[in-house]
Design a protein around this ligand. Structure first.
Ligand code: SF4
Length: 444
């Protein structure tokens, strides 16, 4: 059993006429064909037809460019400093082409959220972000609530200067990759920015009118002490953000950090220290009014992330860009939806779209057993936990009927608690070992 490391969830115009003509072709035809299928019958989902209520859609846009690639990162990113205007235009054109091809599958769904992630989407010029957001808003009807539109940004002079223009383009939530307010920690993490840039970016975000501000904090960094983490928490809390995402550093295979650790050249806090840090993070943030509502995420009431909740609630998401994942709405032939994955490499993504082909590299019709396992472990990530009656409504059996032995063992180990109604939730100790708990619910 290993303690929980990263609990990251990352895993995200002028209309179709603005898309390069050569990229429209056969794929766009396929897109319109898909648009006639793929309508849902699951909870909160459905088709524009008579049988089912119309649901909503969230759109994730992956922007793979970063100033430099951090040595612990395993996201699909490429170093681009500066981001060449021609490459930016090419990539945005491809995103718009993909949107035009895929939007039919989600037709009629109200736009609930847009998440521009990466990578560093704030390296895009505000005009490019406006072009993307205009196209996405034009593709889907507006819902009763204005969509949450999140942009990830890193602290840099360039990005901070663009914040008012991003705001004007329709971004209403900013997620700032501050990570730490300690120059030593930032340097050891290989980050491009320093603490003062983080503070300046937070001030710039407020000055630009962002009233929904999320701070990313990373902990269990090389050489980081509990006292250093306390100072980071002090500063983060002093800025009074609406939302904080916290991640313990994990060693992802193939990264420079993983190689350095294998050679014994990376001094990371041990498991007990990481567990103590996790508890301290929760205690300090909750005392400041930022409530843990998911394993990695804290928010003031009313500021829980709308887009991320779509993943935990297994709602349809249209993912655009290199390495993006989509979950199509449920359909009679796919009662739990279809999950699609795009080419991971930026070059492969661009080549496919510009050739008029789909950038998709895999599509999985979700089997009932897979959907049940995901429903369980995703719900367990949340404060609410797994509600037995809702699970039984969807799958025709209560969690205990499927995982009786696992539930008993996890309860005995002090990782899970079960109510009289059969609802399940992680204990504080279970949160430290959430990956271990998840394994017991996932189909093999
Ligand atoms: S800034 Fe974020 S996405 Fe970019 S390389 Fe660093 S960790 Fe990865």
């Amino acid at each position: 059993m290993s303690p929980l490391g990263s609990t990251s969830t990352r895993t995200p115009p002028e209309g179709a006429g603005a898309v390069r003509a050569g990229a429209a072709g056969a794929w766009a035809e396929a897109g319109s064909r898909w648009g006639t299928a793929g309508q849902g019958n699951g909870p909160g989902q459905g088709s524009p037809g008579k049988l089912f209520p119309v649901g909503s859609v969230g759109v994730y846009v992956h922007v793979p460019f970063c100033e430099r690639v951090c040595p612990y990162c395993d996201f699909a990113v490429v170093a681009a400093r500066p981001l060449a205007p021609a490459l930016e235009e090419r990539y945005v054109d491809a995103l718009l082409c993909e949107l035009a091809a895929r939007r039919g599958v989600f037709a009629g769904r109200a736009l609930a959220s847009v998440y521009l992630g990466g990578g560093t989407p704030a390296l895009l010029q505000p005009a490019s972000v406006a072009r993307l957001l205009d196209a996405i808003r034009a593709a889907f009807p507006a819902g009763a609530r204005a969509p949450e539109v999140t942009l990830e940004a890193n602290p840099s002079t360039l990005e901070s200067a663009r914040l008012p223009a991003f705001r004007a383009a329709g971004v209403n939530r900013l997620s700032l990759g501050v990570q730490s307010f300690d120059d030593g920690v930032l340097k050891r993490l290989g980050r491009a920015h320093r603490a003062e840039a983080g503070r300046a970016a937070l001030r710039a975000a407020r000055a630009a009118g962002f009233a929904n501000l999320s701070i990313d904090l990373l902990f269990a960094a090389p050489g980081q002490s509990l006292a250093a983490l306390e100072r980071d928490l002090d500063e983060a809390i002093a800025f009074a953000p609406e939302h904080v995402s916290t991640y313990a550093l994990t060693l992802e295979p193939g990264t420079p950090f993983a190689r350095a650790a294998a050679r014994g050249r990376l001094a990371l806090p041990d498991d007990d220290a990481v567990a103590a840090m996790l508890e301290r993070v929760r205690g300090r943030l909750e005392a400041a009014g930022l409530l843990l509502y998911e394993l990695s995420n804290f928010a003031r009431p009313g500021f829980e992330a709308v887009h991320n909740a779509r993943y935990w609630e297994r709602r349809p998401v249209l993912g655009l860009g290199a390495s993006a994942w989509s979950t199509d709405p449920r359909a009679p032939e796919a009662p739990f939806g279809v999950r699609r994955e795009n080419a991971r490499a930026t070059a492969a993504y661009l080549a496919a779209v510009e050739a008029g082909a789909s950038p998709e590299v895999s599509a999985e019709v979700l089997a009932p057993r897979v959907a049940q396992g995901e429903a369980a472990f995703l719900a367990l990530r949340t404060r609410r936990g797994l509600v037995a009656s809702a699970f039984a409504r969807e799958f025709g059996a209560a969690p205990r009927a499927l995982w009786s032995e696992a539930i008993d063992e996890l309860r005995e180990a002090g990782l899970l608690r079960e109510s009289a109604a059969g609802d399940l939730a992680l204990t504080p100790r279970g949160r430290l070992f959430a990956d271990t708990v998840a394994e017991r619910f996932v189909a093999v």
